[in-house]
Design a protein around this ligand. Structure first.
Ligand code: TYD
Ligand code: MG
Length: 412
């Protein structure tokens, strides 16, 4: 019986032989390590052969720099790399490669037509193909300009198919734009094995590479880098770098023991509170969600008698880092109250803890990791939730039950 054009086929297909799941053999995955420990770790222990990695981030954040460095190191280790530069000239790539000291074993392909990229990769058979960027490529058989959703999807799907069929490791760069005019890497996330995003702002040198999806590793991993004269340098001890510019004796500064994935990180939360001359007081936050700041302001007013309704409030996490976890509440509240009362907080003390709407300080995970990092960085006292598995970390721990008692404790 012929299939209906609209209703689909009702014909019975051919039966296939099924496999017992337990009989499926798995070979241990083979990985290429770059030697950049922060990058290898975030990948879950290096690049898996035949896997597809998407690296997203805003233009100018350092995606090409990191990949060129990684490509150079892979080349030095005898791994063949094909670098497809779709948006920069070979001269630009060469000059960046010289700057970061990478050129060994990298073949360059200035090309934007995805069919030529595929044909070249199949002829050259490199072990790793880097496509910089997916928005620059286009499929001549399709309508739409390069960078449109259709083109980005189609070109990526074609390259992913090639990588999987021929066991070529593929790294794809995707730009994220704030205004969203270009199809972002989000449309590709489901197609790839690993998704890494670059964070940080181009005004600061600090960069965090975060795994948001990884079929071959944990998503709680991050890599921390600093952009310098010779490319991206690893920062194995980021707390020291982030606190290096902290000055003592100033009101409105609180140190937080934060967690970035599975790693503790000490950051400085700064607040400035000034009388407001406008009709509506200003609330500006950098590195913390404004909604979080508004909630902490409301809690301070209702639960601790710190009323900032007639004041402008500016909040910032120093160093261009973003803190999204609720544990920022307590250090944020301390910084705000300290700024308001113009009284500095003890210099050798830090804080962490979520604050509930009734003003209670709530437990947060990884207390002992936070405290160990605090102790390592020379802090002698930490303030946090009273219900907390602090363990023995060689630091004096001051558990507080509410925001009111926390403020009494440090500001009197
Ligand atoms: P780039 O890797 O080109 O960013 P993306 O590929 O994500 O768009 O990085 C560009 C920025 O990094 C640019 O502003 C210059 C800066 N940079 C350095 O500061 N030092 C360096 O060694 C390099 C190569 C770049
Ligand atoms: Mg680039």
């Amino acid at each position: 019986m012929a299939a209906q054009a609209t209703g689909g086929s009702t014909a019975v297909g051919t039966a296939r032989v099924v496999t017992c799941l337990a009989d499926v053999s798995i070979s241990p995955e083979m990985r290429f390590t770059t030697g950049i420990a922060e990058f290898d770790n975030v990948l879950g222990g290096g690049l898996v052969r035949g896997s597809v990695v998407l690296i997203g981030g805003e233009p100018g954040i350092g995606k090409s720099t990191l990949l060129l460095q990684a490509a150079g190191l892979l080349g030095k280790r005898g791994v063949s790399v094909l670098y497809v530069c779709g948006e920069e000239s070979p001269q630009q790539v060469r000059s960046r490669a010289d700057r970061v000291g990478a050129s060994d074993g990298i073949s360059l392909l200035p090309e934007v037509d995805v069919s030529s990229v595929e044909a070249t990769a199949l002829a050259e058979r490199p072990q790793v193909v880097i496509v910089d960027s997916i928005q620059a490529l286009f499929d001549p058989g399709l309508d739409g300009a390069s960078g449109s959703v259709g083109q980005v999807r189609a070109t990526a799907a074609r390259l992913v198919r090639m990588a999987k069929t021929h066991e070529i490791t593929l790294i794809v760069v995707g730009h994220v734009t704030k205004d969203g005019t270009i199809a972002g890497p989000r449309v590709l996330e489901h197609m790839v094995d690993t998704v890494l995003y670059f964070e940080g702002d181009s005004d600061h040198t600090f960069r965090i590479v975060r795994a948001v999806k990884n079929r071959f590793g944990s998503v709680s991993e991050i890599g921390i880098f600093e952009m310098g004269e010779c490319g991206l340098a690893e920062v194995p001890q980021p707390s020291g770098v982030l606190l290096a510019q902290r000055v003592g004796g100033v009101a409105g500064s609180a140190v937080m023991a934060a967690m970035e994935g599975s790693r503790p990180l000490l950051v400085e939360v700064q607040a400035l509170v000034t009388p407001s001359y406008g009709q509506v007081p200003r609330r500006l936050a950098v590195g913390i969600d404004t909604s979080r700041v508004l909630q902490v302001l409301a809690i301070l007013e209702r639960r601790a008698d710190v009323a900032l309704g007639t004041h402008d409030v500016y909040v910032s996490v120093a160093g261009g880092v973003r803190v999204t976890e609720p544990a920022v509440d307590l250090p944020l509240a301390l910084a705000l109250a300290s700024a308001h009362r113009e009284r500095e907080l003890p210099h050798d003390r830090l804080a962490f803890g979520e604050i509930g709407l009734t003003g209670e300080v709530r437990a947060v995970p990884h207390a002992s990791a936070r405290l160990r990092e605090a102790s390592r960085m020379g802090f002698t006292c930490a303030m946090g939730p009273s219900k907390c598995e602090a363990g023995s970390t060689g630091i004096e721990y001051c558990g507080v039950g509410s925001i009111r008692s926390a403020l009494e404790d440090v500001l009197g």
